[in-house]
Design a protein around this ligand. Structure first.
Ligand code: C2E
Ligand code: MG
Ligand code: MG
Ligand code: MG
Length: 283
């Protein structure tokens, strides 16, 4: 009887796994056509200078509205896109549309704003990242220093020489690099100077708790101090309340991003916000 029971359980999980795999395959198939079918949209989340309260840029965050599956969050489809080899096309699409959006902000008079784009490790493997990024900037006539590319710690672990070569080329062109989700990855800090990153983005998991937990507070404090001594800009992600923003500002944090000020917005809504806020955003 015991054996049969185990067998039944095994079949149950086997079936659940198979269903999950099938769903992943279907999603991946739909994703392959998402670009051509115009199902991808970019939203932009403002980044705020904690000293002046001014919006200094925005991070591009991709959204997929699938006619079949509804809204699929990027945490679900980006890993699928990476596995299926479609991420490089998606990244190229994101860079192209981010650069266009940034150029539009500039044309409207918000001509100091930067745009940040998330990269994937796969983007360095195909070998065309440098060429298309430079050509997109050139065509949009946007100076390269308005584009920032976000990396994660784990991306910098494999294929170091190949990645470093491409980063150096892009940096020589004027593009800057930041480390996203800082503190959650592999903590070999040597890469901060090795890759000459200009910004670190302190992960939301630390930021969210600084007013509740002295451990997180100490970690964030140490990250801010370290970034300052290395002349690296620090950005705090996921600020949801003014108490946290005030604390971060006291600790010397320079830039904030989070629901306190704004969720990621459509290009249209961001322009409305920019136009309304000739005054500063406070906290
Ligand atoms: P990320 O790059 O760390 O982006 C920040 C995420 O935190 C975004 O989630 C943003 O909406 C969310 N967020 C911002 N402020 C707050 C806050 O105050 N509270 C909370 N709870 N969340 C906040 P989103 O848009 O769902 O993106 C999730 C992740 O998906 C991103 O994390 C990034 O790793 C990836 N991703 C998004 N767009 C792209 C893209 O175009 N390319 C690539 N390769 N990855 C992307
Ligand atoms: Mg990011
Ligand atoms: Mg990211
Ligand atoms: Mg992040």
């Amino acid at each position: 009887a015991k054996f049969d029971g185990n067998k039944a359980d095994f079949n149950f999980f086997d079936q659940a796994m198979a269903d999950k795999e099938r769903h992943k395959l279907q999603l991946t198939k739909a994703l392959r056509n998402a670009i051509i079918n115009n199902e991808l949209v970019l939203h932009f989340q403002p980044q705020i200078d904690l000293e002046t309260g001014q919006i200094i840029g925005a991070e591009a965050l991709i959204r997929w509205m699938s006619p079949q599956y509804g809204f699929v969050p990027p945490t679900v489809f980006i890993p699928l896109a990476e596995q299926a080899g479609v991420i490089t096309d998606i990244t190229q699409w994101v860079i192209e549309h981010s650069v266009k959006a940034c150029q539009q902000w500039h044309q409207l008079g918000f001509n100091k704003l930067c745009v940040a784009v998330n990269l994937s490790a796969e983007d360095f493997k195909r070998g065309n990242l440098v060429t298309y990024t430079m050509s997109i900037l050139h065509q949009a006539n946007l100076p390269a220093h308005f584009l920032e590319l976000e990396l994660t710690e784990s991306m910098l672990m494999d294929d170091i020489n190949n990645i470093q070569k491409q980063i150096n080329e892009l940096r020589a062109f004027g593009i800057s690099f930041s480390i996203d989700d800082f503190g959650t990855g592999y903590s070999n800090l040597g890469y901060l100077t090795k890759f000459n990153v200009s910004t670190i983005k302190i992960d939301r998991s630390f930021v969210a708790n600084i007013c509740q937990s002295s451990n997180e507070l100490q970690i964030v404090k140490a990250i801010i101090e370290m970034s300052k001594s290395l002349s690296i800009t620090n950005v705090a992600e996921g600020i949801e309340d003014s108490e946290t923003a005030l604390m971060l500002s006291k600790l010397g944090c320079e830039v904030g991003q989070g629901y306190l000020w704004s969720q990621p917005l459509t290009q249209q809504d961001l322009i409305v916000l920019l136009s309304a806020k000739h005054k500063e955003l406070s906290y």
